[in-house]
Design a protein around this ligand. Sequence first.
Ligand code: NAD
Ligand code: DAU
Length: 331
Amino acid sequence: MRILVTGGAGFIGSNFVHLVYLEHPDWHITVFDSLTYAGNEKNLEGLDPSRYKFIKGDICDEAAIDAAVADCDTVVHFAAESHVDNSVHTPWPFVNSNIVGTYQVLEAVRKHNKHLHHISTDEVFGDLGPNDPKFNEKTPYDPSSPYSATKAGSDHLVRAWIRSFGIQATISNCSNNYGPYQHVEKFIPRQITEIMEGRKPKLYGTGEAIRDWIHAEDHSSAILTILEKGKIGETYMVGTNGEKSGKESIALILELMGKPADFYEHVNDRPGHDYRYAIDGSKIRTELGWQPKYTDFREGLRSTIDWYKANEAWWRPQKEATEAKYKELGR
Ligand code: NAD
Ligand code: DAU
């Protein structure tokens, strides 16, 4: 098996590459990544070049992605602009990478008759009220931000290529990931590293927005399960019943890092901020037998905090520029 992983130098993509490397010593992995501010080749250190290759390339570059797809059996497509705040500030890279880039991946997959798994997000369904049922595979699309609208667009393209051209593809929509190697722009690493810097964590608005947290290793194992057992043409929701409000998550981080419970501040809210995401992940469990490993958020957070404490050299180069961007936004 020759597997091509687009966006494999990012947070979840690199986690997935390490899982495949461990679980499938007979597979050859090629990472295709343009190394945006969010990509980091250090995430892929230690892989044996006889089993792994890195291609620096942009999925919007038709010839480059065509050649890479021609040379593999399966594509797992992670590459995307991923941060909502950036999309509200500057939407074009999201339209380009998430929609145009996915189009180029699909055309290459169609031309060379390859298998594709497309990585998507629960944000494509919009947000939920406090008592609404969780998202499932039949929930209508209703995206709110330029990020989620472009991810929704990419899902629609994949579905259209399955139906109109008969490409062999599956899709997964996962909830909020956390764990090692996540960029410090995202909620959990931002708060951990703010505390390490002696500053207060920052809660958008009232801090009541709810996210459904899943450890990136569980997301990766779910994707691998779909590759091994998923049914072509199907969509799978991925989540681990990890709903927590911003306030609850901050309280846990403060406690685990030995800080007083009131050591945080409220900052400007995100425009169009989605209130609640929650995933009904029963299909992948019942139909494919997938089970998560990290069922205790507290323990997952503790090990993530330990990782950021032990790996300052990894996140330090991103921190100053990230906080300068937030300062500009009053967040
Ligand atoms: P990330 O921002 O950490 O990584 C994205 C990677 O894609 C980077 O390595 C970047 O260099 C690469 N990339 C971006 N544009 C590219 C382009 N045009 N060509 C080639 N490479 C490009 O993102 P992440 O959090 O690891 O998310 C990965 C995927 O998972 C995305 O598709 C995202 O929508 C999806 N997802 C993320 C979450 C989450 O909580 N982070 C949850 C569900 C789904
Ligand atoms: O749901 C899956 C999505 O989760 C993925 O598709 C996205 O790629 C990923 O970035 C993430 O999107 P969110 O917008 O939910 O994640 P973020 O880490 O930006 O914010 C999580 C919550 O925390 C959200 O309610 C906003 C809030 N927040 C965020 C930051 C950065 C704060 O309160 N303070 C902060 O400093």
